[in-house]
Design a protein around this ligand. Structure first.
Ligand code: AMP
Length: 613
């Protein structure tokens, strides 16, 4: 048995075993043919050398009459007006087995209607249209319809509780919100008075209007015309607002522009390797950036069929979708892959997965074991790639025809200059050219989907750049052949089940409980969900730690924040470690929790013993 066979056997027999990225495994050799399809990118070096974003622009259409560049035109109208008019564009699989097929002509008509609806409500260029829904067809119509009216689309994760929703609607100056009756009464109704700028709520499941401002979307759509002409759109017009979490302060609204479609198109071509007959399934929730860039834009721009499955994760259910829909390209995430690995079945014996041509993963580190499990269990290695909300699209990837190094995020996208750097006081950086040295992953600004700012927060935006580089906040290494290897976050941001959680947001919510004096929140490594949100709470003198209070605090946080963000573990601790400025040192909380070296403690306020309960 060789090394790889041994590892695969071990992970199948002992799926809980973690194999770290540090394990050095042989590269997986890729050939230039993927079944009977020849990948678009065959020679990585040659493609990089001859690459220019201008050439990519010429592969897109542009608005008729040279009136600019609009995502909705590239994704829908140019296909609907051309030879792909009756090709399936979106196949929606409802939770109860309902199926909805929209071809490009249908999608054009429906999104035209939505654009007319919001135009009639007074939505103009730059106004924000939010959604708070599960994966329902109306979300997709709202996104594309908003881009047609050159409004800004902003999706909210439907599992958020009222507090994160309020923060984002308020910070994002929401003018229109598309949601469902249930979510409205559960999460929004009580916030309405605090959101005066929110002029209309469109309810996808209301048969009639509930008031002037609480309208039935189906009724509005039925009365709207299915003809719409996209107004002139500057490629730099704002198109998408994605909220992401930072280490301090409330979430930041990353601004993206229509020009981002160049990156979506380009990565759809050379990373996901779309071909006209492909059936693509991106499992990401549209509340997050992957669910928009790759759950909507990239596949539609390429005119391929995009599967949207509304149901939550269920391993057997997912295999059934891959089989039944004859998915050819599958884009998913490590949390889901780990859960599928744990199921311990041999999927190829139970399901016909022969249509599958490539599997891609993003959002968290993908262990070498997972890459190899893909090869063993699904017949294909899993291609890891890296990017983040701020980059708007894939920046580092294991390309279809390039050898995979299991555990590595891959090589930089052609047209993207990535480097490992070290911050040097006061405001500069040093590029680390030697391979194998750990530092911060940085990108040279200039790719089309780079965020153009954090809404209303120029200072935070400017702080992301130093010495002509964008600093990603991720620590990584680059090997001699240019492959990047993820090391960890440079800050305290938590990645749980693929979602970024800002510790400050969780701490602020817990601080509102009358028993709580101070809180520090960390991410604790977890074999299944990556990191688990853990809070250390110091109580006010009159409160006594107990299991009952712990459960009460968890419930309190879940109600405010929603289950995706709320802490899953709470430890009561009398004195939280603070620096001399009084700031809670999350780094120390984490080191102590994990039994790791505490590092430099010279700024610690007092080193007295702490009591944990
Ligand atoms: P988000 O902005 O929510 O998409 O999260 C972006 C962050 O997820 C990155 O900065 C990384 O910390 C993490 N991430 C994304 N892709 C990968 C990957 N392939 N390997 C390791 N971490 C990743």
């Amino acid at each position: 048995m060789n090394d790889i066979e041994f590892i695969v056997k071990t992970i199948i027999e002992k799926p809980s075993m973690i194999i770290t990225n540090e394990m050095s495994l042989p590269a997986i050799k890729k050939s230039s043919a993927q079944g009977c399809v020849q990948p678009h990118l065959l020679d990585y070096e040659k493609t990089c050398a001859g690459f220019s974003w201008d050439k990519i622009l010429h592969e897109l259409d542009g608005l008729p009459g040279g009136l600019g560049l609009n995502i909705a035109h590239e994704a829908v109208d140019r296909h609907a007006n051309g030879s792909r008019r009756y090709q399936p564009a979106l196949r929606w699989l409802g939770e109860d087995g309902t199926l909805l097929d929209l071809n490009f002509a249908d999608l054009q008509g429906q999104t035209n209607r939505f654009a007319n609806v919001i135009a009639a409500l007074g939505v103009h260029k730059g106004d924000r249209v939010f959604t708070l829904t599960g994966k329902i067809p109306e979300l997709y119509l709202a996104a594309i319809g908003a881009w047609k009216q050159v409004a800004v689309f902003c999706p909210l994760f439907s599992a958020f509780g009222p507090e994160p929703i309020y923060q984002r609607l308020c910070q994002g100056d929401a003018k229109v919100l598309v949601t469902t009756v249930r979510l409205y009464w559960q999460k929004i109704a009580d916030l309405r008075e605090r959101l005066p700028q929110l002029t209309h709520v469109l309810l996808t499941d209301a048969k009639k209007d509930l008031s002037d401002r609480l309208r039935s979307l189906p009724l509005c759509m039925a009365h709207a015309s299915d003809k719409f002409v996209i107004p002139p759109t500057d490629p730099e017009d704002m198109a998408i607002l994605h909220f992401t979490s930072g280490t301090a302060g409330m979430p930041k609204g990353a601004v993206h522009v229509h020009n981002a479609v160049l990156t979506h198109y380009m990565t759809g071509k050379v990373v996901l390797d779309f071909h006209p007959e492909d059936v693509f399934w991106c499992t990401a929730d549209p509340g997050w950036v992957t669910g928009i860039s790759y759950g909507i834009i990239a596949p539609l721009v390429h005119g391929v069929t995009n599967i949207v499955a509304a149901a939550d994760f269920d391993a057997q259910g997912w295999y059934r979708i891959l089989e039944k829909e004859k998915v050819t390209i599958w884009y998913t995430a490590p949390t889901a892959i780990r859960r599928m690995m744990r199921l311990g079945i041999e999927p190829r014996k139970q399901y016909d997965l022969r249509h599958l041509r490539a599997i891609h993963s993003v959002g968290e580190p993908l262990s070498p074991a997972a890459v190899l499990w893909g090869q063993q269990a699904l017949g294909l290695p899993i291609h890891d790639n890296w990017w983040q909300t701020e980059t708007g699209g894939i920046m580092i990837a294991n390309f279809p025809a390039v050898d995979i190094r299991p555990g590595s995020m891959g090589l930089a996208l052609p047209g993207v200059d990535a480097a490992i750097v070290r911050r040097v006081a006061p405001k500069s950086i040093k590029v680390i050219r030697e391979p194998g040295i750990q530092g911060e992953l940085a990108l040279r600004p200039g790719w089309p989907s780079m965020f153009r700012g954090y809404l209303h927060d120029d200072r935070r935006y400017k702080n992301c750049f130093r010495g002509g580089w964008y600093l990603t906040g991720d620590m990584a290494r680059r090997d001699t052949d240019g492959y990047f290897w993820f090391v960890g976050r440079a800050d305290d941001v938590i990645k749980t089940s693929g979602q970024l959680v800002g510790p400050f947001e969780v701490e602020s919510a817990l601080m509102e409980h009358p028993a709580v004096a101070e809180v520090g929140v960390i991410g604790k490594p977890h074999p299944m969900i990556g990191e688990l949100v853990k809070a250390f709470v110091s109580l006010k003198p009159e409160s006594v730690p107990s299991d009952k209070l712990r459960l009460e605090l968890i419930g309190f946080a879940r109600k405010k924040l929603g289950p995706a963000i709320a802490p899953k573990e709470i430890t009561f601790q009398e004195n939280l470690p603070k620096n001399k400025a009084g700031k809670i040192m999350r780094r120390l909380l984490k080191a102590r929790e994990l039994g790791m070296a505490e590092g430099d403690t010279s700024t610690l306020e007092n080193n007295s013993e702490t009591t944990s309960v």
